[in-house]
Design a protein around this ligand. Structure first.
Ligand code: MN
Length: 241
């Protein structure tokens, strides 16, 4: 083998390794979203970006408190709640699918733990754009991307009190927008919107009050600058496979 072909093969090997590393990174990121986590493996997810990464749209102090106090609080309380119970051996999908039969603590803290994990994943300062496949589905369902944004923003703005706005793939394989109160989510049997969540937006006041005070619509408008479409695209592919 001459030097040039060795370097070429070594280069291909490095690319393959790097692709593999990226793929496994992607898989790790998606484990939180594949609903197969078992109780023994319930982990507190790492924030996938720095606290100040979403500035100026979502400020550093809000991110610090939101992740390290609120999210961690739901996680800790959830783990306390399920310790030594049958829930500890279930997946999120199993827990949420019959959450109406669980305690309020499991519903609220399990939801808070899970929802924030999804939310951080679908935020990024550099999140790409919707794939052609997702864009086609958005156009089919909502008429245009602007109409979709309007529908989603409206769901987020009109959710009374605390809750979440969602874009899901429903049981018909169609995109659907909706919102849930408190820490409920579309995997829960109690949810008014059901399906696989592919985009989440937290509209609790703790998510925006430090920067936006009572102006929730301004926060919702800013959110569109930091959507991680790369993750939303992957979730869409997975939900429609
Ligand atoms: Mn929150």
């Amino acid at each position: 083998m001459n030097k040039k072909s060795f370097l070429t093969i070594a280069g291909i090997g490095l690319i393959a390794l790097s692709v593999q590393a990226q793929m496994s990174g992607v898989n790790n990121m998606n484990t939180f979203n594949d609903f197969s986590d078992k109780g023994a493996e319930f982990l507190f997810p790492k924030l996938p970006f720095a606290y100040d990464a979403l500035e100026p749209y979502i400020d550093k102090m809000t991110m610090e408190i939101h992740y390290d106090k609120h999210h961690r609080g739901y996680y800790t309380k959830f783990m306390d709640e399920i310790k030594g119970t049958a829930v500890a051996n279930k997946s999120f999908a199993e827990i949420f699918d019959s959450v109406s039969k669980e305690s309020t603590g499991v519903r609220n803290n399990g939801g808070g733990y899970y929802n924030h994990g999804l939310f951080w994943e679908n935020l990024s300062p550099d999140g790409g754009k919707p794939s052609d496949k997702l864009m086609t589905a958005i156009n089919e369902q909502f008429g245009s991307f602007d109409k979709f944004k309007e529908t989603f923003s409206n769901a987020a703005a009109t959710r009374f009190g605390s809750g979440w706005a969602w874009l899901v793939v429903n049981s018909d394989g169609k995109l659907e927008v909706g919102s849930t109160p408190n820490q409920d989510n579309p995997l829960m049997d109690v949810s008014p919107v059901k399906g696989s969540p592919i985009l989440a937006l937290d509209v609790w006041e703790h998510a925006y009050y430090l920067k936006y005070q009572n102006k929730r619509p301004d926060y919702i408008g800013a959110f569109w600058n930091v959507v991680n479409w790369n993750v939303v695209n992957k979730r869409f592919d997975k939900a429609t496979r």
